[in-house]
Design a protein. Structure first.
Length: 485
RNA sequence: GGCGCGUUCGUCUAGUGGUCAAGGACGCCGCCCUCUCAAGGCGGAGAUCACGGGUUCGACCCCCGUACGCGCUACCA
């Protein structure tokens, strides 16, 4: 009988990092669980010993937790259906493989990889519609099998696929999908090293862990008939399936390393907010149907449904991610921003100075509309942390005229009288200077900006002055007069 | 090759037979604002709904075919 509350799992293989496609699969599982008061399980599928990567599991969990996707059950969270790492469940798979062996739904295969390779090649040459294992070892006599066993000949255990009715999958996202059993290969279930393949392990674990909904990438759709057969042979209840569309490169191929960053860690180190990444990835393949674009994890969990997941793959479009990062950054509170910027500064080349919260907050208010990333508070407005040593050439050519040094000198003199360092005072003082000199304010503002910041863009000039202060302003102007004249 | 899945503006998408001569968002362009750069406001370009047949009074929406794309086709997941 269907459980009252769903149990879903994210089952990555620990290859060293979390793929953004994996993040989305994990997210959808998580959201589905939260929406339906279910349980979100993390299971590590590390049955390929050749692909073992030291520390990969810890890294995976760390990244998932960073994103806010805490597992209810898993290697770190525990749970009553553990262990949640497949390499620690070998005896379980063995037991079930033996059960299949006993029922005649599986058989030992002693074929060498060489014979398998030749077989494949031969079938290819004959242009056979399908390359499948030829069931050679199914016909071995008891004596032959015993002889092989005694001689310790390595073997695999294969699924014994029998002809029969169409295998029907009722996919939540794709609807009814049919497969003819004749197209299903006698898949290896237990490898010669004793480890199970994905197909056996995932079916056994999903059953034992009482998984109600299998939500995974579309690349698994083709092997689902094997899984269905397995459930049938075990006489187990089949979970609901939902095969998610793939995430793609800009050329439409499956999102891969070659064409940009695929590891969640990459985005994390580049300074993307977890809120932005989650928001972005949630919208790749799913929409609530309204026009909302900005979401937090908890809102997503309220609105999510598998029925509204798109069927076709979606291209990972970095522009929108950047925009979402900007939006989420702006939604942070002052306190959060200050603390984040503090971290950022301490990691930067300006870590020697201990900037006050008040100072950093001023920088934040001045720049928040102008940055997409936290790091840009430092790179785009470096002049709040250090005096400029270089001056933008185009602005210099446009704004630095022969008479400019004299004008700025006069401005400096007037600035000396500024008492409280407020932008209003600087504004009044500059207006006064322009009047005294009989020139437009622009004639002062632009070279002043260049002198003080080294660049032509940025916050309002008076705001910049207020932040760096009178003394520093005067020093910078003087220094610029020397350097640019 | 076989099997499976998919196809609405450049991109993410809304759309479940008439309200769609297709709506929103990112990006792009223009105008306004303005000391600059942003942000913001306003506006614009941008999709013969892959193509061809049906079904229907009527199709982006249903059916069939074709094309193209993608996935799987391992003792990898």
């Amino acid at each position: 009988m269907i459980n009252e509350f769903p149990r879903v799992r994210f089952a990555p293989s620990p290859t060293g990092y979390l793929h953004v496609g994996g993040l989305r699969t994990a997210l959808y599982n998580y959201l589905f669980a939260k929406k339906n008061k279910g349980i979100f399980i993390l299971r590590i599928e590390d049955t390929d010993r050749n692909r073992f990567v030291e520390g990969a599991v810890d890294n995976l969990i760390d990244t998932l937790n960073w994103a806010g996707l805490m597992a209810d059950e898993g290697p770190k969270s525990g749970g009553e259906y553990g262990p949640y790492i497949q390499s620690k469940r070998l005896d379980i798979y063995q037991k079930y493989a033996n059960e299949l062996l006993g029922k005649g739904h599986a058989y030992r295969c002693f074929c060498t990889s060489e014979r398998l390779g030749n077989l494949r090649e031969e079938q290819k040459k004959l242009k056979l519609p399908q390359a499948k294992y030829d069931k050679h070892c199914l016909n071995l006599s008891k004596d032959e099998i015993n002889k092989y066993l005694e001689n310790k000949i390595p073997f695999t255990i294969r699924l014994n696929v029998k002809p029969g009715n169409k295998i029907i999958i009722d996919d939540i996202i794709r609807g009814r999908v049919e497969f003819d059993p004749s197209t299903v290969d006698d898949q290896v279930l237990i490898k010669s090293d004793g480890y199970p393949t994905y197909h056996l392990a995932n079916v056994v674990d999903d059953h034992l862990m009482k998984i109600t909904h299998v939500i995974r990438g579309e690349e698994w759709l083709s092997s689902t008939p094997k899984h269905v057969l397995l459930y049938n042979y075990f006489e187990w209840e089949i979970p609901a399936f939902a095969h998610l569309p793939l995430l793609l490169n800009s050329d439409g191929s499956k999102l891969s390393k070659r064409q940009g960053d695929v590891a969640v860690e990459d985005y994390r180190t580049k300074g993307y907010l977890k809120e932005a990444l989650i928001n972005f990835v949630a919208l790749l393949g799913w929409s609530a149907g309204d026009n909302q674009e900005l979401y937090y994890l908890n809102e997503l969990a309220e609105k999510f449904s598998l029925e509204r997941v798109q069927k076709s793959g979606s291209i990972f479009n970095i522009d929108k991610l950047n925009w979402l990062n900007f939006e989420h950054l702006r939604k942070k509170t002052d306190a959060e921003l200050v603390s984040m910027l503090k971290d950022e500064v301490s990691k930067s080349e300006y870590d020697a100075v201990d900037y006050s919260d008040e100072y950093l907050l001023k920088v934040i208010h001045a720049m928040i509309e102008r940055v997409n990333f936290l790091s840009e508070f430092i790179t785009k407005s470096f002049y709040f942390f250090i005096a400029p040593t270089e001056f933008e050439e185009t602005s210099r050519l446009k704004n630095w005229k022969p008479e400019t040094p004299n004008h700025l000198q006069r401005l400096c003199d007037n600035f000396e009288n500024v008492l409280n360092n407020t932008k209003e005072e600087f504004e009044v003082s500059l207006a006064k200077t322009s009047e005294e000199l009989g020139i437009g304010k622009g004639k002062l503002i632009h070279p002043l900006r260049l002198a003080v910041s080294g660049v032509s863009g940025g916050p309002g000039i008076y705001e910049i002055l207020e932040i760096i202060g009178k003394e520093e302003t005067v020093n910078r102007i003087k220094s610029a007069i020397e350097k640019l004249s």
